[in-house]
Design a protein around this ligand. Sequence first.
Ligand SMILES: *Cc1c(COP(=O)(O)O)cnc(C)c1O
Length: 397
Amino acid sequence: MWVRKRIDISTNDLVRGLAGCIRPGGRGDVSLPELPNRFVACLSIRSGFDSLLSAVDWPHGSEVLMTAITIGDMPRIVEHHGFRAVPVDIAPQTLAPSVSGIESLITPRTRAIVVTHLAGGTIELGPIRRLCDDAGLMLIDDRAQAFVGTREMISSSRQADVSMWSFGPVKTATALGAGVISVRDESLRQRMRQRLTSTPIQSRFAYGRRITKYAAIGLLSQRTVSGAIAQAFRVTGRDHDQFVAEMARGFAGDGFFCRIRRQPSPPLIRMLRNRVGSYDGSSIEHRRNAGKLLIRELDGILPVLGDQMIDPTYWFFSVLAEQPEPLIRSLWRAGFDATNRSSLRRVGADDTNRSMVADLILKHMVMLPIGGGMPGEEIKRMASVIREAKPVSPGGI
Ligand SMILES: *Cc1c(COP(=O)(O)O)cnc(C)c1O
């Protein structure tokens, strides 16, 4: 079975990381000497975003506009601070909010907009930046899925007021945790750092356990092993998809805010600096090429999410189908781990009055495996399985 997400880390890094958990030394320190001092290291983006929102001085009930699709924890953090998360709809081709869409949602209570670069592509920020300047909004840039290298980190962090990159377990160049956040305003950054450094430090033991857990998951997602697991689930009538989703969840269980309010341990910081500093772009290069090949092979049979973004690197690759289920079943039978389950949610989904393109995207998306060294031949075979399933494009998109 070709799996969707491989953990993007080498055995060497895992071994070094574990050794680092045993070795004493290193202090809890959230600075990153390799990067300009506006960059701060956190246990995760969610930890950094939470401390950012406790450092701002917005009144209760302030509104934060957000790209309508993101992981559920992001709007949850906004609401936890007494603010309202307001979804901004996006287009399937660019996954970007339109300037007029943003404008129509601005009220006297609006304080910020969080723009999420989904699927590892980039959104043109120029027009949104100008709008934020005119309306006095903070522009927060969620690049969790869009790390491509430190040079790009430095250049793109000049555009937004706050930019965030994740090195969590399923992200590119993972450190099995950690987020990096750049905050341009110095006094806001100082307040945020104060909050971060007053939280407890993650223990070396906790990080070591994490490395061990993901080393095991890495083994399970080897192609032959994962095929056997999927087979076993099928025989027992259970669903391997749910199992995989549960394994990949970062801060599962109760006490969410307690868990994210921690500083990274010294071995995690070492791992982060090492991963960020030495990333050679190879995993991205492979995805970029695989994505291009797959688009060519699909030949327009179904719309591909984000295919008009700037430099799509396909952190996830997704097509839209009127009926995802039968297509997913055909792909499973042929050994491709497709799914329409993910940790992505529609911001403000309880607010059922508004129907959004974002809802249609989530309803019809079928994520396809393309990474993990999948050869061109297999990409072509997957495309032919899709063609043979004769899927129909969803209406209304
Ligand atoms: C992964 C992700 C996050 C959270 O990153 P963590 O470092 O795990 O907290 C936030 N936003 C998006 C869009 C993500 O994909």
